[in-house]
Design a protein around this ligand. Sequence first.
Ligand code: SF4
Length: 345
Amino acid sequence: MKKIAYFDASVETPEEIILAADMVPVRLFGNPTIGIDKANEHIPPTHCVWARNILEQAINGLGNDIKGMVCTHGCDCTNREFDIWLECVNLDFLFFLNAPLKRNEISLKFFIDDIKELILQLEESFKIKITTEKIQLAIKKMNQIRELLKEISELRVDMKLKGSEFHALVKEIQQSDKDKMIEKLKLKLIEIKERKPFSDENLKKILLTGSVIDDTEFIKFLENVGYQIISDDLCIGSKYFWSKVNENGDPIKALAEYHLNKPIYSTKFPSFERFETLKNLAQTYNVDGVINIAQKFCEPVLYGHPYFNKKFKELGIPYLFVEMEYNRESYKQLATRFEAFSEII
Ligand code: SF4
């Protein structure tokens, strides 16, 4: 089956449209084990290392089964990187989806129009027809995934599912055939429910937030330090299954509404509203602390940190902010900071 990649800092790409085109949507992730020399020829080394890492992979070639790429409006870094993709990446289909910065009636109309443009361009480029019925079917499929993931995610709280296992699962779904994943999730849910809870005596229960955190090894590293991530507001996490798309009425409008009604991203306006979501999650799950991770040079998350620091202090909720390099060697260097935070909470 043909695949369409998506480069998206905020998971606002309506995968349903790609599914309705009978193609597999594949989210692009970084690879912290590679060098990024070619990308560095195009982007200054003081720009987000994660976005540069993906450009490096794209310049080297994403594989024969990837037939195109959708770049969805995220942060300034990903948005402007699309210009470089147009020049340097060997793919015939490259589309910029303009998921709006603001959230109001005008933005909704704007987003609907741009999703329609994506449909038109997919139809013309691949000589296909994306029908309303196919989009409706894809919405049902994705909603099933969202529902299953939501249920599975709660098993982190019950100490039956490690945060790292859950993270790997969400990543796999974002890159795989959705029908196969629905079957896998159903079985996984039954299997995890039957597990005995692991001992949580010394584990600190954490709400994890921040940039795109796509290296599962990093989550395992946090676990080795003594944390269990029981909640998150990550794009490889709860932002992917926060709510469901309305299955009635115009499906394109429903998709646009779904993405504009999710908790706001650090990349969108007004980003300080993110704090309300984090506060509610921290209080609902009664976490021991909040960890906010910025990928090196991730401006949206760096801008958000001083506000979060102040607000969490006011609430008396322990909060740790860490800016990290995108390579595994650097995780070890951060161990002392995470250990120290674990000791004080
Ligand atoms: S990690 Fe931050 S700077 Fe990098 S792509 Fe994501 S939002 Fe943009």
